[in-house]
Design a protein around this ligand. Sequence first.
Ligand code: ADP
Ligand code: ZN
Ligand code: ZN
Length: 674
Amino acid sequence: MFVDVLLDRPLPAPLVYRLDESNAGSHVIGSCVVVPLGREETIGIVIGFNAAPTIDAAKVRSVRRVVASVAPLSQHWLALTRFAADYYQHGWGEVAVPALPPLLRKVPGTRFEASLARARAKSDLQALPPRDKAVQLTTEQREAVGAIGSARGFAAFLLHGVTGSGKTEVYLEAIAERLLESESAQALVLVPEINLTPQFEARLRARFAGLPIVSLHSGLPDAERTAAWLAAHEGRARVVLGTRLAVFASLPRLAMIVVDEEHDASFKAGDGVRYSARDVAVKRAQMADLPVMLGSATPSLESWRQAREGRYTLLTLPARAGAGATRELPSVECVDLRAEAPVQGLAPPVRDALATCVAARDQAIVFINRRGYAPVIACAACGWVSVCRRCTTFAAFHKTDATLRCHHCGWQTRVPVVCPTCGNPALAAVGHGTQRVEEALHELLPAARVERIDRDTTQRRHAARDALAAVHAGTVDVLVGTQMIAKGHDFRRVALVAVLNADSQLVAPDFRAPERLFAVLMQVAGRAGRAGQPSKVLVQTRFPGHPLFAALARLDYRAFAERELADRAAARMPPFVSQALLRAEARSLETALDFLRAAALEGGKVAGASAIALYDAVPMPLAKLAGVHRAQLLVESVSRPALQRWLPIWLQRVREMRFSPRVRWQIEVDPQEI
Ligand code: ADP
Ligand code: ZN
Ligand code: ZN
């Protein structure tokens, strides 16, 4: 007997192996198997029998063993991973095998069997019925729950509501209804970041006391993640909460999917198979014929368009939930930097507001999307600036340890005492980062307790959690930080949020930059006023007339989205066209560009090329990263199916292209950063 086996290798097709008759029942399809590959053993997944291998039967190697302790993966799961592989232009095995848990992927040995036994022993939790509702839902929340509850088969919902409007309560209630319908139904909840799982898990546990709930993300130790995966796979876990990788969890009794903060860029994988967990979640719901709910205060324009064109049902939560007036939304104002010259990065109205806020014993957040002390240091005498030795970018000044650091490749060096070119001892820090703002705040408010949260302060495990706990406990007056502070945390006493460098994103080259800026500003605005006191958001900008700020001032996502969508439609940009990005890396920029030009030429010859726009090959915004030169080629079509038909043929020709010197390349479908 021969079987086709998926392996985690960039192969055009599964590999054929021989299987003993004794192992070859029909249940073997979907099973994990240990197979020889070269001189190694590796794990694979059987996808079917192969009646007539095209290679010499004598050369076909044998499956070493079937991992009988793990039940076969379902046809639905196989179909899902196959869809994702095809759509994102990778091998099926490159999607399916990495979706298996770590201990299973590392050729399961005795450690695996032991953890399996432990996991099963631990999980005989009784599935108690969900506890009574903790809150009385508002009319809008009830309508949203009702809409999802009455859905039969596939239906997609977009739940739009500002932070604190009660979206999570809607998810919990909708899940409760589904889980009550059947003894064994499972729900999948995706959140964008590991940091957000503990809070969400706590709410799930409070709501569903006794119900088996597991978390699934890459921050877990291997054994724990494996146990969680098995609990899902074996139907023991009723709710699976996870980050993007959980979208490929095996869930035999899946009944509904929730994607919280669906707009978040973290749902798109940054390397390997660059899938969008949000998009895969919708597809999964469609393939399994069940409802999916996407929630956000600032939906992605892709989802917004689906909703306005009627493919998703839009559900809106109008305002903050809870006791009416005590949960007022903040007022948002621009501070015009052209009229109010900043002192140490802080414009006078912002300085005044901070002083007033602290005097009133309220908390303030200062948001600046840049860590370090200053993004660059410069010599006024000769024009020298600090740059990374390995990238085409500046090296940031970190005052706390007197280093210059590249935030892209990690390169660092001691900060020079004098200018390296002319010897001038007066080097100046240019611009502001979190460290410099922290210093300015200490000067401005000497009595205030200031805390900083960014990637540098949170190196230590739990550092971020401890710092956030201090904010919650009220032992911090002013919190300075990067976008790490923008997400999800429910600060109680924040009366002021100051946003310092919004403009850097307003004028960025990536067409999605304004969308991301609006989302993050809505999110930081959402930090203010949660305890009911009047609160204020101040945004420092040189472009106070920009329509983005007008929409922000009214916390009006809809106005922003409609305008931005109209612009995108007029400019023929996503979501009105589908894109893919071919990236090349080489020892020189010319090589990378030449490769892409050759690839573009091939692309023009492929059948169906008339429906595809091939742009010029260009250097990437960060043209050199860690010594490697990088260029990109954008391809797009108004027709997603046309692009999907053309891509695999094109990429096959690119693979066969004879091109030297060496170039590494990768494809990203639906690229999020261009
Ligand atoms: P979101 O997920 O939109 O940020 P949450 O569901 O977390 O909003 O709700 C914000 C806060 O309001 C939570 O503390 C929640 O318990 C509370 N809340 C939500 N809905 C209601 C309601 N109908 N009545 C009272 N409190 C509510
Ligand atoms: Zn100099
Ligand atoms: Zn660098």
